[in-house]
Design a protein around this ligand. Structure first.
Ligand code: SF4
Length: 350
């Protein structure tokens, strides 16, 4: 299938004539016809283009809990889609067939921003998620789709590694209602060795979203045995989240399974996830979840005031609900952090 080329934003010209993509901290410098590391941004003559515009690797209607977002219209449906390519090179990527794709053939479905917004409405989806691969690399497509969604009253979700420069970050997140951002390690050396990235820009994105935007934010750390599961690293990570983002920000510890170029590391033991969760709760975080495992307690939202079980999940399904339509605890009345709507969130259990 022929690529659809779209003018890219965020680039500049170096004195030596190369064009530099300014979307992410890699800042790829490109000669004619060269592609950036993410593959979907390319120099063609005197300009930069996005070759993934209007092309999707596929669509799915998911529960919002699958992103994971546990405090953003719980129980609602989200239309998920992605393209191809990524600006990180994680050896443990759990979506590597899309993110590491160099083949535009993986992007079969042609979809305009308007068609995506309409499909979300037709399928009773409260939101559209840019997911599967990182929306940072298909920014222009995601932003146009976000505009089309908002014109129809559909919200927008980004699932991302947060590896993005400040100007595109401001523009992109101005059009996003909720984000789940990976915090893969709390070590710059590990980011470099296992993801081909740096820690500082990710922390900048997290702090920016928490302090300077209205984006609803949740954070995910994939816990990988032997890489980032020490008490020391996990402790430093949760202390940073509490201090720089706030104790109300939900943190998801999800289980690794052997994948891509990390097949020699075992699955994350359940006990490791429990240790991480307990450590984060002791550090003061109010909402800490486990993921990729069946764990009723680790999937339950507790009231930060009285400890009531507010949202009890089995897998991605929300069962017991003990909040009112404004997200307040039915027992003590304390508001739960997040976004709730009586029309789209599950009704309280009797
Ligand atoms: S978005 Fe892609 S082309 Fe641009 S700097 Fe990052 S990896 Fe390079």
């Amino acid at each position: 299938m022929k690529e659809q080329v779209h003018a890219a934003r965020y680039w500049s010209q170096d004195p030596d004539g190369r064009l530099r993509c300014d979307v992410c901290p890699r800042r790829c410098a490109l000669k004619d016809r060269q592609r950036g590391l993410c593959f979907v941004r390319q120099r063609l003559g005197s300009t930069l283009v996005l070759t993934a515009y209007g092309r999707s690797s596929g669509f799915a209607v998911d529960p919002i809990e699958k992103k994971p977002l546990y405090h953003f219209y719980p129980g609602s449906s989200v239309l998920s889609f992605g393209t191809a390519g990524c600006n990180l090179t994680c050896k443990f990527c759990q979506n590597w067939n899309l993110s590491a794709s160099r083949q535009m053939e993986t992007m079969g479905a042609h979809a305009t921003p308007e068609a995506i917004a309409l499909a979300a409405q037709d399928n009773d989806c409260v939101s559209v998620a840019f997911t599967y691969n990182d929306p940072t690399v298909f920014l222009e497509y995601a932003m146009d789709t976000a505009d089309a969604c908002h014109a129809r009253g559909v919200r927008t979700v980004a699932v991302t590694a947060g590896y993005i420069n400040s100007q595109p970050r401001r523009d992109f997140y101005g059009k996003i209602d909720a984000a789940n951002v990976d915090l893969k390690f709390f070590s710059d050396a590990s980011y470099r060795a296992f993801s081909g990235a740096r820690l500082a820009p990710v922390l900048e994105t997290l702090e920016y979203l928490a302090k300077e935007t209205r984006v609803w934010l949740e954070v995910t750390t994939l816990v990988i045995p032997g890489l980032n599961d020490s008490d020391q690293e996990l402790g430093a990570l949760v202390d940073w989240v509490v201090e720089h983002m706030g104790a109300h920000v939900p943190l998801h510890f999800s289980a690794f399974h052997p994948s891509h170029r990390m097949l020699d590391v075992t699955r994350t033991p359940f006990a490791t996830l429990q240790r991480a969760r307990n450590l984060a709760l002791r550090a003061g975080l109010q909402h800490v979840y486990t993921g990729n495992v069946l764990d009723i307690e680790g999937g339950t939202t507790f009231c930060p005031g009285c400890g009531e079980k507010l949202l009890v999940r089995t897998g991605f399904r929300v069962g017991q609900v003990r909040i009112d339509s404004q997200g307040q605890c039915l027992r003590c009345g304390i508001p739960l952090a997040g976004h709730f709507d009586p029309l789209v969130s599950p009704m309280p259990s009797p």
